[in-house]
Design a protein around this ligand. Structure first.
Ligand SMILES: [Zn+2]
Length: 257
């Protein structure tokens, strides 16, 4: 009787350590089944020496010398529980992986959407900041140079009267009206501060304060003011200052004659 209580304590000590895991893992039924298995196995072993009418308990079985069989049974029970814990752990791991993959998918979708937004904004900005020629189908007739004893401060772009003239980029109309030798004139200040002058128009269709986008029609080519033949006199004033030769300015802005 001196060695078997030790074995019992040994098992109890392990059982004590194990119990919280069993209780928390939700395998109460398998634990009960394991206990039944222990009783069945040890009961069979000790049955011949058991006095009639004596209830069989785990301790009693152990004291009757069934500890080896009981330990084997408990080992099997432990294996079963361990296997079930593994299955549970695998399920939890799979669920965790699934959640992680879902999180990553959402993160990827958000990153893609953010990139698409950024791209759309960049494209919109590129469109807003694009530079266009004010007229099409013109003939270049006069450069930025001394002419007739005075400085010709723009480029002359000859085209038929009535040819539409459009805003060169995004900006605001800052002047419309008659301007001496320039005749009907429109001035537009663009997003970068550059101001364009359109002179000799047959008709002005824009109004001061009007916001314009690249290509918006603001007037029509004519022959008003000090002009010999229908053409657009175009001036470029960077930062609203003095006029510069439009040709190299246009080349720099990827506009070709
Ligand atoms: Zn001119």
């Amino acid at each position: 009787m001196s060695s078997t209580p030790y074995a019992g304590r040994h098992r109890l000590a392990r059982g004590g350590a194990r119990r919280p895991a069993i209780l928390t893992s939700g395998f109460l039924l398998p634990a009960a089944a394991a206990a039944a298995l222990v009783l069945t196995t040890t009961g069979a072993t000790v049955a011949p020496s058991r006095p009639p009418g004596v209830a069989l308990t785990g301790n009693r079985a152990a004291s009757l010398g069934g500890s080896v069989d009981r330990q084997a049974a408990e080992t099997r029970a432990d294996d079963e529980q361990a296997s079930q814990r593994r299955s549970q752990a695998q399920l939890e791991a799979a669920a965790m992986l699934g959640r992680q993959q879902e999180k990553e998918r959402i993160a990827r979708d958000m990153a893609r959407a953010a990139l698409a937004d950024e791209l759309a904004r960049a494209k919109a900005l590129a469109r807003a900041h694009a530079w266009l020629m004010p007229v099409h189908g013109f003939t270049f007739t006069s450069a930025f140079k001394m002419r007739w004893g005075r400085m010709h401060t723009g480029n002359d772009l000859a085209c038929p009267t009535g040819t539409p003239i459009s805003a060169m980029s995004t900006g605001e109309v800052i002047f419309t009206g008659w301007m001496g030798g320039g005749g009907n004139t429109t001035k537009i200040r663009y997003w970068d501060g550059t101001v364009s002058f359109y002179e000799h128009q047959s008709r002005i269709s824009a109004t001061v304060g009007q916001k314009v986008a690249p290509g918006d029609i603001v007037g029509y080519v004519g022959n008003t003011g000090h002009s010999f033949g229908s053409h657009l006199h175009l001036e470029i004033h960077p930062g609203g200052g003095g006029p510069v030769d439009p040709h190299p300015w246009m080349t720099k802005h990827d506009l070709r004659y």
